[in-house]
Design a binder for this molecule. Sequence first.
Ligand SMILES: O=C[C@H](O)COP(=O)(O)O
Length: 246
Amino acid sequence: MSRRKLVVGNWKMNGMRAHLDEVEAIGRIAAEHPAVEVGLCLPATLIMAADALRGAAFIGGQDNHWNASGAHTGCLSAEMLAEAGAQWVIVGHSERRDAQGESDAEVAAKAAAAHAAGLKVILCVGESLEVRDAGGAEAVVSAQLLASLPEGAAADWLAIAYEPIWAIGTGRIPTMEAVASMHAALRAALATRIGSEAEKMRILYGGSMNGDNAADLMAIADVDGGLVGGASLTAAKFGPVIAAAG
Ligand SMILES: O=C[C@H](O)COP(=O)(O)O
């Protein structure tokens, strides 16, 4: 099964108007690599301005509430992100699961709400170092994935990002064998829920991916792209990651 590579930058809580020229430059690089689907999930404050500059890249958000509107101070709905110009959104990032106490059920509800609003979704899962060291990572992350998966999950609107928490922003990555084994386990877990659709669904790797390791990571059979933090903040750093995908 050939799956189009998906390479997405997650700027997290980084980016001011002064950085919009990087969005524009990344959009130009995306145009040079039409075989790769490229996007930037930006702080919400930049989405509207970035939408006008994005070139061949898509713009996404980093989280949405499961309700369309209401008394939720400080939150954004998927409808709001879509109206601002977002085409995708990240849900379930470990930085939100941990700091905001998001449950698997809430992550599934957010994904369903995003889909209902017309957004595509990157659903994040990943294990802590304690779980990795204890040897149960594949079972734990597979269970987390199935518990976070929204009803009707389909490859044309949902992608998975496997992000070992201990690899995020640390410069450490799992061995290539461990990444291959985890991605295969996640695809097998998906197949128990969505059958043959699992073969079409893209499973991204995230956690210290950069221009030096991206080609090796994305050469793994079940790695269909990357969710990139620090190395997506500038075109100079993100360009080589995009190029490594094709
Ligand atoms: O969403 C992106 C990931 O958390 C990876 O971040 P990183 O590339 O800075 O390690």
